[in-house]
Design a protein around this ligand. Structure first.
Ligand code: ADP
Ligand code: ZN
Ligand code: ZN
Length: 836
């Protein structure tokens, strides 16, 4: 046989492979691409590929299927490159992404988009920079000519965009070179310049290696005999770095700050100038492995019993609810369960609703789990997120503490998920899609990972408690605080009586003021809770009652005194605080209602000797501001902490013996079927910050309706009474957990069109679902946001008996029908499953 024939036969036997790729774009279908022969060996489900999308875009996607069927309707394009040698996403996760897309009615691409950190989504919009730890001469890898050239260019530039590089290298497809450099840890890739990776640097000092030679040091000491300060520096150095034991120790040196702390800086300078010491810089990892000693926990007998009950329940149930009052030691029990799970070789995911809660818990967990702990949250930059993602893949992190998005991390051996504060609404993502609730996804995850879920809360959601009561979940109760701590005493300040007797000072009742003064006198700390930021929710003209509103949304503008601005809390629109009414020109403008800023100001006036700090969205925007405020509070540099719901949970401080709760009436009257539940939760949680140690704490609630039965429940910490009443209401009015809700929001820039689309949609749905199940359309309380008019339909479905899949497909086709109509096309229709 000739050479030629051989080749053609081989050609015939060859298969052409196609792959289905999930792309992080909101498009319903998956895309099929063709695999070039030279990449065939790298095809695997869960690896990332680079593909052309549309004419100009290049995107990273995930292979979800490998097959040999070419698409029928279009000609498949080639994959440009395969980025990974092993999967970054496992089959279990792909299954979960699929489930989320179906359950929450969104596209798989939208799920992938929030799931993958941007650092893993190389695209034509990516930016590239040198990896801060990279040193070409120390690298164990070899570099091609092109790679060296790119490194050289990047060394001269802070960062370059994809197209800059393509131009400079005069090469259109630069993915393979970028991929190779990423693998060699030479560069990093990120999506937006804003997120730029800022390496942490440290200045260090070491002995010039000349002086490691025999006898060299003695000579130096002789020459320094009349220079005691320099001598001292050198001696201190040798004490810290015992080079006589091992000269290698000198390489790492010591931090300059350590040397400069007590010793003369000019002496250090002189020694460095004379070449005895040398200064150098190193980059430190953002997640340093520290050598802290780890400590096991010791549970009390009550806690130990609770733990064994939990384990016993896990034998027959996937989910257990731990209902334990604040300070009962739920966290300690979690830690103990984590120890067991890790010892058994499984991974553990510990979910927290908010970043504010992590600081203290990270410290507690670090003590026990050291470097096995990875922390994942939204205030981290892309690269930090990628580091955690890869740490889970590589097995470095067996335990991850994270906020809701950490459910997407690539676990392949998950044994336990802890959902702390399971009742929190921040587990729910409202915008953009996927509008998922991480607690509920965790419950689903039990079926794919065969793991267990422990829900924990002092104030469980009615849903979870109902499930536990119906024995779907296990239920474990802890009703005693750890140690000698007890729940605080409550005082309700009757705001109407106080007003009549003219006892109020600003927004403060005489009762609360007196308690605050006592707290200051005793050198204790207090927390003031007001769930509204800014100075006042609105301002109003005393002459004509005009209230300034947002130009884009149907809401009043919140006055922020610090910036002298009126700000929209929905779209961020701002304007300067006017001097006179825009309507009538009068200068008598009045602030109405209270925000944290106003309370802070009043405390400064009423208790001039106190140190006050505010903790809300406005004071915690920068990355470490939470930590800073908490640290100051811990160190008692703050007497009174004023804050929004951020101060309500998780905080565990020794000296807080007073909590003041403002505006509880407003929370109760919020038009939402959950307002009582939320108020009970918030008030109980924030009260739980008081008196967590030996001394009994106090809570003052300011209310105009102190006799309301729910206030009584809060004061008596009577969750059961509250639950029984509330669950009754829910049943009567057909609200969750007795029904399932789907909110359908219709948006249009034109108010008439929004209304018409909503009405049409409502008619279509009533035809198929019946009028019992379709409520509305109605205008939501805030009916315009960012210049779009809103209309809402509420779908109420009975539980258990209804075919949810079918309902969703009815909803989707009805929506599609509306969106195909010529004049209604401009509308947007958004589904939100379990919206509250
Ligand atoms: P919860 O999570 O239920 O609010 P925590 O676990 O934060 O309660 O416990 C409250 C306080 O009591 C914490 O300071 C915690 O360190 C302490 N504590 C609870 N249980 C123990 C224990 N078994 N050993 C030592 N300290 C404990
Ligand atoms: Zn607005
Ligand atoms: Zn006016």
């Amino acid at each position: 046989m000739s050479q030629l024939e051989l080749n053609s036969n081989a050609e015939e036997a060859r298969h052409t492979y196609f792959v289905d790729v999930i792309l992080p774009v909101p498009i319903p279908k998956m895309f099929t691409y063709r695999c070039p022969f030279d990449l065939e060996d790298f095809l695997q489900i869960g690896v990332r590929v680079i593909v052309q999308f549309g004419h100009r875009k290049v995107l990273t996607g995930i292979i979800s299927k490998v097959h040999e069927r070419p698409p029928e309707k279009y000609e498949a394009k080639y994959i440009l490159d395969v980025l990974d040698q092993s999967p970054v996403v496992f089959p279990q996760q792909l299954k979960m992404f699929q489930w989320i897309a179906e359950y929450y009615m969104c596209t798989l691409g939208e799920v992938l988009n929030v799931a993958l950190p941007s650092g893993l989504k190389l695209s034509s919009e990516s930016h590239v920079q040198i990896h801060p730890d990279f040193d070409m001469y120390e690298s164990v890898y070899d570099f091609s000519g092109k790679e060296e050239l790119l490194i050289e260019i990047l060394n001269k530039n802070e960062s370059l965009s994809y197209s800059d590089i393509s131009k400079t290298l005069q090469q259109k497809n630069i993915f393979s070179i970028l991929k190779s450099l990423v693998q060699k840890d030479a560069i990093i890739i990120y999506e937006e310049i804003r997120e730029k990776y800022k390496p942490k640097k440290e200045k260090r000092i070491r002995l010039n290696s000349e002086y490691l030679k025999e006898g060299a040091l003695e000579t130096v000491f002789e020459s320094l005999s009349k220079k005691p300060k320099q001598e001292e520096v050198l001696l201190f150095y040798l004490q810290q770095v015992p080079i006589y034991k091992q000269t290698k120790l000198n390489e790492q040196g010591i931090p300059k700050s350590l040397l400069a702390a007590d010793l003369s800086t000019s002496a250090i300078k002189t020694l460095t100038k004379n070449g005895v010491l040398e200064e150098f810089e190193i980059t430190i990892s953002r997640f340093p492995d520290d050598d802290q000693e780890t400590k096991p926990v010791h549970l009390t007998e009550i806690q130990e019993n609770a733990k064994s009950d939990i384990i016993e329940n896990f034998k027959t149930k996937d989910t257990v609810l731990l209902h334990g009052i604040t300070g009962s030691g739920k966290t300690e029990i979690y830690i103990s369960l984590i120890e067991d799970a890790l010892a058994g070789g499984s991974q553990v995911l510990y979910l927290l609703p908010e970043i504010a809660l992590t600081t203290q818990i990270v410290t507690r967990l670090k003590k026990v789990f050291g470097n096995k702990l990875g922390v994942y949250h939204s205030k981290f930059s892309d690269n930090e997120r990628v580091e955690v993602w890869n740490g889970v893949l590589s097995g470095r992190y067996q335990l991850v503490l994270g906020v809701r998005s950490s459910i997407f991390l690539p676990f392949d051996n998950l044994g336990l998920i802890l959902v702390d504060e399971e009742h929190e609404s921040s587990y729910k993502q409202y915008d953009p899609a996927p509008r998922y609730n991480a607690r509920d996804v965790a419950l689903y995850m039990t079926s794919i990972h065969h793991c267990k879920v422990l829900l924990g809360s002092a104030t469980p959601s009615l849903e979870s408690f109902y499930q536990a009561k119906s024995e779907k979940y296990g239920l474990i109760t802890l009703s005693k605080r750890y140690g000698n701590a007890t729940l605080p005493d409550f005082i309700v300040a009757d705001m109407i009586k106080e007003a009549n007797k003219k006892l109020l000072k600003g927004e403060f009742s005489s009762v609360l003021l007196k308690e605050l003064q006592t707290s200051l006198d005793n050198d204790e700390q207090a927390i003031i809770f007001q769930n509204r930021r800014g100075y006042s929710p609105y301002i109003s003209c005393q002459q004509c009652s005009h209230i300034p509103k947002c130009t884009n949304c149907a809401v009043s503008l919140t006055y922020h005194q610090f910036k002298k601005e009126l700000i929209c809390h929905y779209c961020g629109y701002k304007e300067k605080m006017p001097n006179a009414c825009e309507a009538c020109g009068s200068t008598s403008l009045q602030t109405i209602g209270i925000g944290t800023e106003k309370l802070e100001e009043e405390i400064v006036l009423l208790l001039p000797d106190s140190k006050v700090q505010r903790m809300d969205l406005d004071t915690t925007r920068s990355k470490n501001s939470y930590e800073r405020i908490l640290k100051d509070f811990e160190n008692k540099d703050i007497d009174i902490l004023v804050g929004t719901q951020m101060v309500s949970k998780g905080l565990d401080f020794d000296h807080v013996n007073l909590v003041g709760i403002f505006d509880i009436d407003r929370m109760l009257h919020f038009p939402d079927f959950r307002s009582y539940e939320r108020t009970f939760q918030l008030a109980t949680q924030v009260s739980g910050r008081s008196g967590r140690r030996e001394k009994k704490g106090k809570v003052v609630i300011q209310s105009k309706a102190p006799d309301l039965v729910i206030i009584k429940d809060i004061i008596e910490n009577n969750f059961t009474a509250f639950y029984e009443r509330e669950i009754n209401e829910r049943e009567i009015h057909r609200f969750p957990p007795f029904t399932r809700l789907i909110s359908v929001m219709i948006k249009n820039k034109d108010v008439q069109l929004a209304r018409r689309a909503a009405q049409r949609l409502s008619n279509l749905l009533i035809e198929q679902l019946g009028s019992q199940r379709v409520l509305g359309p109605q205008e939501p309380v805030i009916n315009r946001i960012r210049n779009e008019y809103l209309m809402e339909l509420l779908i109420k479905l009975e539980r258990g008996t209804i075919d949810l899949k079918k309902v969703k497909s009815i909803l989707q086709s009805a929506a599609n029908e509306i969106l195909e109509e010529k004049d209604l096309k401009s509308s947007r229709i958004i589904f939100d499953i379990d919206p509250y």
